[in-house]
Design a protein around this ligand. Structure first.
Ligand SMILES: [Zn+2]
Length: 409
């Protein structure tokens, strides 16, 4: 192939291919140079100096593959004395980002937005550390550009997620209408959510119409203080998970008893692999059989299942008033069940009844919070090789928020 043709294919502004240094089964090595000798841009201060060239160094940079072969460019880099700090500095090229062309780095970031870092690295033949450095560098730049000022939501939800094994949490704020995470921070509770409202500013905070959350005290008090005109809704998604937790506590307790009493049939049905059947919103035929069998063997589990079903029925109410009546009735039923986990839950729901019922004033869909929560869980499972919480926060923005190349506008 003519060098001119390769130069055209490469299409790197102001560079031309001087020679093909090597070409084999898997890679191409090209020596490139400037077409027009422009004055070098100093890598220390970013300014063009007209100082005489001190010496020339070489740099190798990986570029996008040519015809499926990994492509490496060898570029001469001029060195000159920087008048600002008086040191010999190498020039910088606008087309490069470290040991890669910018367009190659861009491809890494596009891949890490849809796959794990490990998968992206496998695909591009890069080690984890390299993928991490490129990915993080681009995300940090995009964050400076896109995450400040914080986009103002009118309906938002806030949720915390446990991070790694060390009981650390990060808090995410979701714009329900944009369906995106718009802000996040490590930590949880009042002080963390306060930081969001502070970043948003007093005026925009007071313009928020509704906030969905898990009903935790810290969040509630922060919302009350800053989002003065917002309706606070205990998210349907969290209500469901509270019910599931109570049901699971009952399952565990009954399993313990069944094992003590050597009731093997029952113990088998309550085994933790069956746990998910109890949690199912729409059990399959086979799952329903298990549930029916369970109902005949264990009255407590059966009644707990009914309580959960009854609660979810409340959400079919068409008015605040009907829902209120339903909730009052449910709290009564839960107390009289004498099942400790549900009595406790009844207390919680009584305390938070206004927030639960606010749903019937503003029906905030929980599907978005639930979807984002699942995505974040998957992010954690995929173990992107987060070195620290700051990177994890960026990855959440990349996969669920404004730093996603597929979703960005
Ligand atoms: Zn300089």
């Amino acid at each position: 192939m003519h060098l001119k043709t390769i130069t055209e294919l490469l299409a790197l502004p102001n560079f031309h291919v001087v020679s093909v240094l090597e070409q084999n089964e898997t890679s191409i090595h090209l020596y490139v140079d400037l077409v027009e000798a422009v004055a070098p841009v100093c890598s220390a201060c970013g300014v063009v100096h007209h100082a005489p060239v001190h010496s020339i160094g070489w740099i190798m940079a990986e570029d996008l593959p040519l015809a499926g072969k990994r492509t490496f460019l060898y570029l001469p880099k001029r060195k000159a004395r920087c008048p600002v700090d008086g040191k010999i500095r190498v020039e910088q090229f606008a087309v490069l980002r470290g040991r890669f062309t910018k367009r190659f780095a861009e491809q890494v970031y596009r891949l890490t937005s849809i796959a794990t870092n490990a998968e992206a690295g496998w695909f591009l033949n890069l080690d984890d550390e390299t993928v991490y450095r490129i990915d993080r560098g681009i995300l940090e730049e995009l964050a400076r550009e896109k995450l400040a000022p914080v986009p103002a939501p009118s309906i938002m939800s806030v949720d915390e997620v446990a991070w790694q094994k060390w009981h650390k949490y990060v808090t995410n704020v979701v714009d329900i209408e944009r369906r995106k995470v718009i802000w996040n921070h490590d930590g949880r509770g009042k002080s963390t959510l306060d930081a969001f409202f502070t970043a948003l500013g007093q005026e925009k905070s007071s313009q928020i119409d509704a906030v969905a959350c898990d009903g935790a005290r810290g969040f509630l008090s922060s919302i009350k203080q800053h989002a003065k005109n917002a309706l606070t809704v205990l998210d349907h998604f969290h209500v469901k998970s509270y019910l599931n937790d109570a049901l699971d506590a009952v399952r565990k307790e009954e399993l313990r008893k069944a094992r003590n009493d050597k009731e093997t049939d029952l113990a088998n049905l309550l085994h933790c692999r069956k746990k998910f059947i109890l949690m199912q919103g729409h059990p399959s035929k086979r799952q329903r059989d298990v549930l029916e069998q369970l109902a005949t063997l264990n009255d407590t589990v059966y009644r707990a299942m009914l309580l959960k079903e009854q609660f979810l029925e409340i959400y079919r109410a068409d008015s605040h008033k009907t829902a209120q009546a339903g909730l009052r009735q449910w709290i009564g039923a839960a107390f009289s069940s004498k099942i400790p986990a549900f009595m406790e839950l009844a207390q919680k729901f009584f305390r938070k009844r206004h927030f639960i019922l606010n749903f019937f004033r503003m029906r905030i869909t929980s599907a978005i919070s639930e979807g984002i929560n699942n995505k974040i869980k998957r992010l954690k499972r995929m173990a992107y090789g987060y070195k620290d919480v700051a990177y994890f926060l960026l990855k959440i923005h990349q996969h669920c928020g404004l730093l996603n190349p597929r979703l960005s506008t």
